[in-house]
Design a protein around this ligand. Structure first.
Ligand SMILES: Nc1ncnc2c1ncn2[C@@H]1O[C@H](COP(=O)(O)OP(=O)(O)O)[C@@H](O)[C@H]1O
Ligand SMILES: [Mg+2]
Length: 297
């Protein structure tokens, strides 16, 4: 598989509809999950009765960018969470003191996110992890071919259905490869690559920021793979000086009992993804072609 860099498309916010509440009924008492932007609700389609996931974002320039990129990417890959509708409405949520302009993003509903699944299974087997990681790599290959970095790859942003079909979601931190943005400082430190920590000035505030590239997503996927198999973060939460030091040195250990029955090929892939130098990490396409991936069913 080769990575063809397509020219960056113009990510324009889709023409929104404004009749969200005539098309859907929202279960305000339930939530599918929660993140930085608040709870993800369940929306019932008034005509079909089908249920969807609903992401509600304050209508800002950043939110419009997130939605525009998400819509463009999901149109061309089934490995990206599918957006089925985008609406804008002036609305007053429960805790709002006044109505605000919101974007209502209606998404195909997944079974659960990968954190919930890994916990339910008490850590994923090598075979299941491989099946899931393969699909995430396909999603990343697609995102990277657009010249984009997802920048928030972690189990919470990977959604699965009952057949272990996987989609990548949450484009809240997506940005163009090689650019630096203020969002650097806001992504999850436990999954952040050494170069992101540098750029976020968490390590050395006098250092010139490094350019963040697609290989940062590969690092985060390495942390994700380690975490879903062992239910441990390889470098801790990335908050204390010691934990940040571990990330900078990329010192990963497979000494725990979880790893005793795991193949050397799998550990090699994790180790390769967790190289401290971004240029030494394999691309999504290279991992997809590795021998470890050969027997995914
Ligand atoms: N399409 C979906 N189907 C089921 N659950 C979802 C869906 N989208 C999001 N979730 C749940 O909501 C959580 C937060 O969604 P996400 O899009 O990551 O929002 P944020 O940008 O706030 O982090 C996810 O971790 C997941 O648990
Ligand atoms: Mg999220």
């Amino acid at each position: 598989m080769s990575l063809t860099h397509v020219s960056q498309p113009n990510f324009t916010f889709p023409e929104p509809s404004s009749d969200f509440f005539s098309a859907f009924r929202v279960s305000w008492s339930e939530q599918l999950g929660t993140g930085r932007s608040g709870p993800i609700r369940i929306a019932h389609c008034n005509t079909s009765g089908k249920t969807y996931a609903l992401k509600i974002l304050r209508d800002t320039e950043d939110a419009r960018h997130e939605v525009a990129v998400h819509v463009a990417l999901c149109k061309t890959s089934e490995r990206i969470a599918q957006v089925v509708g985008v609406y804008t409405e002036r609305y007053q949520l429960k805790d709002d003191l006044e109505p605000f302009q919101y974007i209502f993003v209606v998404l195909e509903r997944a079974w659960m996110d990968l954190v919930t699944y890994a916990n339910k299974e008490r850590g994923l087997s090598e075979q299941k992890s491989k099946k899931i990681v393969k699909q995430v790599l396909e999603a990343l290959h697609h995102i990277h071919a657009f010249g984009l970095v997802h920048h928030d790859v972690k189990p919470e942003n990977i959604l699965i259905n009952h057949n272990l079909d996987v989609v990548v979601s949450d484009f809240g931190f997506v940005h163009c490869c090689g650019s630096n943005t203020r969002q650097m400082t806001r992504c999850t430190p436990a999954y952040a690559s050494p170069e992101i920590l540098y750029s976020a000035h968490l390590v050395n505030k006098h250092r010139t920021p490094e350019h963040i590239t697609t290989s940062s997503d590969i690092w985060s996927l390495g942390v994700t793979l380690f975490a879903v198999m062992s239910l441990r973060l390889p470098f801790g939460k990335g908050k204390t000086t010691v934990e940040i030091g571990k990330i900078m040195n990329a010192s990963v250990s497979f000494s725990e009992a979880t790893w005793w029955n795991v193949s050397q090929e799998c550990k090699n892939v994790i180790q390769a993804m967790l190289q401290s130098k971004p240029t030494q990490r394999p691309s999504a396409a290279e991992i997809l072609e590795s021998t470890w991936m050969a027997d995914v069913n």
